[in-house]
Design a protein around this ligand. Structure first.
Ligand SMILES: Cc1cc2nc3c(=O)[nH]c(=O)nc-3n(C[C@H](O)[C@H](O)[C@H](O)COP(=O)(O)OP(=O)(O)OC[C@H]3O[C@@H](n4cnc5c(N)ncnc54)[C@H](O)[C@@H]3O)c2cc1C
Length: 408
């Protein structure tokens, strides 16, 4: 009979990272199951801004672990990560005070950051009008990823250590005996296992249902667009840029800019997910993007006359409290989740793989991940409407200055 010590559902960046870290810890009896081609889900179209700055020390450390891993990953001579740094702008005194608080949080985690005045900020990102801003927070070790390169490199390295990856293999059921996982059913037969990791992106709630476990996430539409060539950009390497007051973010791609953001009217996507090759990509909605485009031009007026040449509407998992869903499922022994990344799954996957693998192998993650564990929802309503309402609220206020301390 087919069997493995650990089965991972999902061949995206999260599944790849967990598999690699399990193998590095000596657990090489691992099978990764992927319903389509490897890296064909949400990972295939993420623009790949990698940020580490978070109020929660655990999340900040987890994101720093990702960068530590990514700096050394390449595939076919192509680096998976470029340490271009990032800038977070403040257009008001109130926002500058938030950046000062964020710098203190970063200091506590050992993350190097620098508060900059308006002129210094414009030196790092010359398209910014210094008269419009108070200043910024610079994170020199942040960067830009090629998510497919990173995932491909992790799959290669995990394979070299003995992990098996099976494509076109759909998990159709989960066997539970006496309250613990005993195997998974697939379109190619059963695999016996007592440890199952759900790293299935927006599909994760469907996998959870197979085990009678609620996984509270909802796919939300998240759009970005790439501009035509921006004069003066060729040959430069600008940091990533976030302008929370205009709800937008940017990363450079050769002589163009990718722009995206968190609009005030998010659009949840209701299950069932279509059975197409990549259902995580939907038709782009220009009208819905108009507010973000205006915000981008307010931030960088030089973009006013540029065309949007490549536009993407992707589906990404959001949770009702904005924190990841990483850890054991409380109701079923041997069942683990690694999903609900709230548009930070590229930034998070390296650290998620490292700490979840440690948790599975040694019984403890090594850092406090309780704020990410599924058990935080125990006793709460997690019906689809409640989850969609909570996730939409998180998304629409994503760049607002928080009035309470975030939990993760
Ligand atoms: C537009 C957009 C922009 C983004 N920008 C960024 C960014 O700049 N920075 C950042 O950090 N993050 C970003 N993200 C988020 C990031 O892309 C995701 O969090 C990340 O790719 C999720 O990876 P994953 O491995 O969890 O999921 P996926 O890549 O979706 O992988 C899950 C896999 O599970 C497989 N699967 C599902 N069900 C089954 C089954 N029953 N059996 C077998 N296999 C199954 C799927 O086929 C899929 O390949 C963005 C997301 C979007 C949509």
């Amino acid at each position: 009979m087919d069997q493995a010590a650990v089965v991972i559902v999902g061949g995206g960046i999260a599944g790849a990272s967990i598999a690699l870290h399990l193998a590095r810890l000596g657990q090489r009896d691992v099978i990764v199951l992927e319903r389509g081609a490897l890296v064909s889900g949400t990972t295939s179209h993420a623009p790949g801004l990698v940020g580490q700055l978070r109020a929660s020390p655990s999340l900040c450390r987890l994101l720093m672990a990702s960068v530590e891993l990514y700096r050394g990953l390449e595939l076919d001579g192509q680096p998976g990560f470029q340490p271009v740094g990032s800038l977070r702008l403040a257009s008001s005194r109130q926002r500058m005070e938030e950046l000062i608080r964020q710098k203190s949080a970063a200091d506590r985690c050992g993350l190097e950051t620098h508060l900059q005045g308006a002129a210094e900020t414009a030196e790092l990102f010359p398209l910014i009008d210094p008269a419009r801003i108070e200043g910024s927070l610079h994170v020199p070790s942040d960067g830009s990823a090629s998510a497919t390169t990173l995932a491909g490199a992790m799959i290669r390295d995990a394979r070299a250590l003995g992990v098996a990856f099976r494509e076109q293999t759909v998990v159709t059921g989960i066997d539970i005996k006496a309250g613990r996982v005993s195997g998974v059913m697939t379109n190619h037969g059963r695999i016996a296992t007592d440890t199952l990791v759900i790293a299935a992106g927006i599909w994760s709630p469907l996998l959870g249902r197979m085990a009678g476990v609620s996984i509270p996430l909802v796919p939300l539409q998240h759009q970005y667009a790439e501009t035509s060539a921006v004069p003066g950009l060729a040959g430069r390497q600008l940091p990533n840029l976030r302008d929370p007051d205009n709800l937008v973010y940017f990363r450079q791609a050769d002589d163009r800019l990718i722009l995206g953001g968190y609009e005030r009217q998010p659009r949840p996507f209701r299950l069932p997910i279509p059975a197409s090759a990549n259902p995580t990509v939907l038709p782009f909605d220009q009208e819905h993007f108009a507010g973000l485009k205006s915000g981008a031009v307010r931030c960088l007026p030089a973009l006013a006359d540029l065309d949007l040449v490549r536009c993407v509407n992707g589906l990404e998992s959001f949770t009702p409290d904005g924190a990841f869903l990483v850890g054991p499922a409380p109701q079923v022994q041997g069942l683990w989740t690694a999903c609900g990344f709230c548009a930070h799954g590229i930034s998070g996957a390296g650290g998620v793989g490292r700490y979840l693998a440690e948790w599975i192998v040694s019984g403890t993650p090594g850092i406090d991940l309780s704020a990410m564990a599924l058990s935080r929802f125990a006793g709460q309503a997690v019906d689809d409407d409640t989850v969609a309402a909570g996730a939409s609220a998180i998304y629409s206020t994503y760049y607002d200055i928080p009035t309470t301390t975030p939990v993760a």
